[in-house]
Design a protein around this ligand. Structure first.
Ligand code: NAD
Length: 425
């Protein structure tokens, strides 16, 4: 009896979809959402599960499973990345889709939220196998995507090349080129300048604002970053250029640390050469667990979700946690960090730079034009600083943490749009 109760309690705490719904329930109580709108926002609008038979290099066929979830389209077409990972679950994709809805609303771009995922191990697949799988996945979800409907983008282990295959497959099916169906494309196919570093740059902009709000100097502030992919590696580069000292970084194989600061350019070169940051000369080895608790001013989780838990939250030393990753902090850990006076810049704010420049890419595609990189960066800076200030103002007004502040901003916008549109019929 006790065992079954314990297990369900653990599952509930450990399930990102339950966590996402719980976060909405908490904000619904704060902003006074009506039961009708709360109930509507608590579930995805549309869930598609697809089977992806794929030609493998050895002549066999493998059947992968994929998902596309559209959480909400009240404020515009839905938008969200596609994740390729062995641990992808429908619940995870649903949670990520819901977070996209709030994220687009926090930075006030006219999109709803969606997410996709395929259960696969891209690291063990050849380029040809990845292409075959991507093209069939695109075909399967083509009934729900499109520039006016739902626009995919990159996420964990999906790349500009994969976006190019999505764009080509969708275009072939329609008989003409439709670049606006997907963002995060290579520049030569209508990708936006600045999209590659947008998530990291947006994260940097909000960390800068937070440092200013806390009266902390930027020069020499110590930063630890978990994850060294699109979000983490560029965050390390941009933050070090800005004057922060990067003291620790990691990837799936482990981490490295140097109290005097890592030479980020050399770490990037080492990662390119060897496939990992591990083994970089002139640094100590640390585990991913140790990295989170490393002595630093700013901690940037930029890998997977659920890494900051009730167990390690009391040992985190940073003054600011900037969630470049989606969902890295469990709710019970959030409460501990808030109590300890650590400012958590929530994922729906801290990593919203990616979707913001994705929106810019989509606008450029629809207008058949392209902007200079400095124009992209200036517009991103305006969006991110405004989102930070609106979130900070709500957090102060309601005396809540920054996550709740961001949720209040985002959920209020979505609720207002939903109310104005009404429920059809
Ligand atoms: P990526 O595939 O480019 O990089 C992921 C990195 O995490 C890699 O360095 C990998 O080695 C590392 N990693 C994987 N498992 C790990 C583990 N168990 N411990 C430590 N490191 C591990 O992915 P990304 O695009 O950088 O995405 C990272 C996070 O940022 C995800 O949560 C994603 O949803 C979020 N995010 C990304 C974007 C974007 O534009 N790329 C936008 C918003 C949010």
């Amino acid at each position: 009896m006790t065992t079954s109760i314990d297990r369900s309690a653990v599952q509930a705490a450990d399930n990102v979809w339950t966590m996402a719904q719980q976060q909405l329930d908490d904000v619904a109580a704060v902003v006074g959402l009506s039961d009708g709108i709360h109930g509507f926002l608590r579930e995805p609008k549309r869930v598609l599960e697809v089977s992806i038979p794929t030609h493998m290099d050895d002549g066999s066929h493998r059947n992968f499973k994929g998902f596309r979830v559209q959480h909400n389209v009240s404020r515009g077409p839905s938008k969200g990345g596609v994740r390729y990972h062995p641990d992808v679950t429908l619940d995870e994709v649903k949670a990520l889709a819901m977070w996209m809805t709030w994220k687009c609303a926090v930075v006030n771009i006219p999109f709803g939220g969606a997410k996709g995922g395929v259960i696969c191990d891209p690291k063990s697949m050849s380029m040809q196998e990845l292409e075959n799988m991507t093209r069939r996945f695109t075909t399967e979800i083509s009934i729900v995507i499109g520039p006016e409907k739902d626009i995919p983008a990159p996420d964990v282990y999906t790349t500009p090349q994969i976006m190019a295959w999505i764009m080509d497959t969708f275009s072939m099916q329609h008989g003409y080129s439709i670049p606006g169906v997907v963002t995060g494309k290579p520049i030569s196919l209508g990708g936006s300048l600045g999209r590659d570093k947008a998530t990291a740059r947006g994260c940097l902009f909000v960390v800068d604002e937070a440092m200013q709000a806390l009266g902390e100097p930027i020069d020499g502030a110590r930063v630890a970053i978990q994850g060294f992919g699109n979000a983490g590696m560029y965050a390390a580069e941009l933050m070090s250029e800005r004057g922060y000292t990067i003291v620790a970084v990691s990837d799936s194989r482990g981490g490295i640390a140097n109290d005097k600061g890592l030479d980020v350019r050399r770490v990037v070169a080492h990662k390119e050469e060897t496939g990992s940051v591990v083994g970089f000369g002139g640094a100590d080895a640390v585990t991913n667990k140790e990295l989170l608790e490393y002595d630093c001013d700013v901690l940037v989780p930029a890998a997977l979700e659920k890494v900051i838990t009730r167990e390690n939250a009391s040992r985190i030393q940073a003054k600011i946690v900037a969630e470049a990753a989606n969902g890295p902090t469990l709710p019970e850990a959030d409460a501990i960090l808030h109590e300890r006076g650590i400012m958590v810049l929530p994922d729906i704010l801290a990593n919203a730079g990616g979707v913001t420049v994705s929106y810019f890419e989509w606008v450029q595609n629809l207008q058949e034009t392209s902007w200079e990189e400095n124009e992209v960066q200036d517009r991103l800076h305006r969006k991110m600083t405004r989102a930070f200030n609106e979130t900070y103002a709500q957090a102060k007004r309601l005396k809540v943490d920054m996550r709740m502040g961001a949720y209040v901003v985002g959920v209020n916008r979505v609720a207002e749009a939903t109310k104005l549109r009404g429920f059809y019929p």
